[in-house]
Design a protein around this ligand. Sequence first.
Ligand SMILES: *Cc1c(COP(=O)(O)O)cnc(C)c1O
Length: 386
Amino acid sequence: MTTTPVNLAGPLLATYPPQPVTFVRGKGTELWDDAGNRYLDFLSGLAVTSLGHAHPEVAKAISEQATQLLHVSNLFGTEPGLEVATTLDRLVGGGGQVFFCNSGAEANEAAIKLARKWGGRDRYVVLTAEGSFHGRTLATLHATGQTNKHAGFEPLPDGFRHVPWNDLEALEAAITADVAAVLLESIQAEGGVRPAENQYLTGVESLCREKGILFMLDEVQTGLARTGEWFGFQHYGVSPDVVCMAKALGNGMPIGATWAKAEAGAAFRPGDHATTFGGQPLATAAARAVLEVMERDEAPLAAAAAGRRLRNGLEALPGIASVRGRGLLLAAELTEGSGPDVARAALDTGLVVNGVTPTALRLTPPLFVSDGEIDEAVEILKGVLS
Ligand SMILES: *Cc1c(COP(=O)(O)O)cnc(C)c1O
């Protein structure tokens, strides 16, 4: 056994870096820390609070549901989940059904289990891309195509193989008889905000149809209007068999969902998969309010318009070499300096962003961020970069 230095600096296991700020309150795009300092939140809790902090309609839905019914178990029916599932099916494109869970990793885990059930004993491999991120459970960690994250946790569950991103030939070569499914992001978000090339996703879809395997997309970060469409894949005109989502669905209430086309979803029979909390009424009431607001106020259009303004502002800054991504899922590649260091300096100046790679910043503000807030954030970055 190796001996590791003991860290008893606080009550939390040291899985996260030391935390420079403690936030106590938020409203829309604004956050306040425990010393009363104001910040602009251009991270949204990693693309979670897409409607901004303390959204009044989401807050009302949560508090009303809390006085009605919090939990009865999935042995019984509740109302908000059925409505959310119906709405999600319509937004994805129809013809499918939804399994609710509590996180992005769990949404992917359900997709992986569905692929195994669908494929049968000899067809269980899920192909994923190098640089991808699919979660931190043992299976989704192996699905994640970043070997540095695997280190220390081997042996990881069997049944995953990684292929180079945006390389159709490599994918085709990897589809052997034991492959049940392909699982990809439409934009590799944690992997540095790297969009799938146009011909790539359509090519992957064709390959999946030709080889008779499932075409599964992890839309946990790209989903729910952030990229300017309801789901990132809708920029490509493809029609996946399985779509995983989570982050923005509850605007901060933990909820995930796995949507599956009816033919694929039919592989799950009663008892095959389950969760205690998934789909419980508090989380689905929040999601119902989130989707109502997003649809009513046309969140995809708002994200596309705000994304153009933010991109233009960033591209004009000295110190930024290029901007990539879609809508309000953007990365700014720095001409010099480190992403994490610049993010830290921005934080000290009242702007929350993160260093998504050693050389790039990620910007994922709320979808209804105002023009004034975008300009203010760009101004802060200008100061930090000069
Ligand atoms: C965040 C993320 C996950 C993991 O979600 P958790 O809720 O942290 O489990 C999975 N896939 C993608 C694409 C993500 O961005």
